[in-house]
Design a protein around this ligand. Sequence first.
Ligand code: FPP
Length: 262
Amino acid sequence: MKDLFGKKNQAKNNELTGLDLTDGNYKIPKHLAIIMDGNGRWAQKRHLPRVAGHKEGMETVKRVTKLANAAGVKVLTVYAFSTENWSRPSDEVKFLMKLPVTFFDTFVPELQAQNVKVETIGDIDKLPDSTKKAVDDAKEATKENTGLILNFALNYGGQAEIVEAAQSLAEDVKAGKLDADQIDKDLLASRLTTGFLGDLANPDLIVRTSGEERLSNFLPWQAAYSEFYFTNVFWPDFVEADFNEAIKAYTKRDRRFGKVKA
Ligand code: FPP
C-alpha cells in the first residue's frame, strides 16, 4: 500500500499523470511550488461567489497532490494563505480559514494511502483554533509517511520570514553564541521556515496560474534560482494536461545556476 505511488508502480504512475515517466524522458522538479491564483475570477466568470472558486481550488489541490506524487516530486509547496490575505473581506477570510478543516476531514485517508506527509510553512499559531487543530492533526497523522511532502504555506510572508531569521541570528550574536562573520547563506537558510526541508528547501519550479506573473512575497529567498512557469489557466481549472505542460516546459529548461554550460 505504502508504495502505491512509488517508482515500482511505473505503469500506474504513467497512467495517472499521462506522462511516460521512464527515467530520462522528463525532468521532474524535486520541489514544485505553486501560486494558486485565479479562484475569484473563476467564480466571477460563472456568476458565483468568490468563495466557490476557493472551494473548487481545494479540489485542484487534491488532484495536483496525486499527480505530483505519481510523477516523483518530493516536495509540493502550495500558497494557501499569505500574511496579506487577512485584509480580504472578513467572510472570505472566514471561508479560507475553514478550508483546511474541510480539506483534511475529507482527504487525510487518501493522503495516508498515498504515503503523503503534511507540513506547513508560515505562522500557524495565528490561525483560528479550529484551523490550527485541523492542520496539527493532519501533520501528526501523516508524520511517519515517507512519500511526497505536501507543504502548505499558511499565514506565510516571505519578507517576514527573512526578518525573523535575521533577528534570530542577531540574538545569537548578542548572546555570544555566534560571530557575525560566521553568518553565511546556509546558516540564514536554516533559520527560515523552510529550514526543515534541508537540501529540498528551494523550489526547482514555481508555477503561477491565472496569467499573473509575480512572486507576491512567496519564497523570495528560496526562489533565487527557481524556474518559473506561468499559465493563463485559473487554478480551479488546472488539470492533468496543465500539470503535464508545466513538467514539459521544465524539462526543456537549462539550469545553470549562474555558471556557464559545461
Ligand atoms: C488566490 O486566488 C487564491 C487564494 C488566496 C487562496 C488559495 C486557496 C486555495 C486554492 C484553497 C486550497 C486551500 C487548502 C487549505 C486546501 P484569488 O482569490 O486571488 O483569485 P483572483 O485573483 O481571481 O481574485
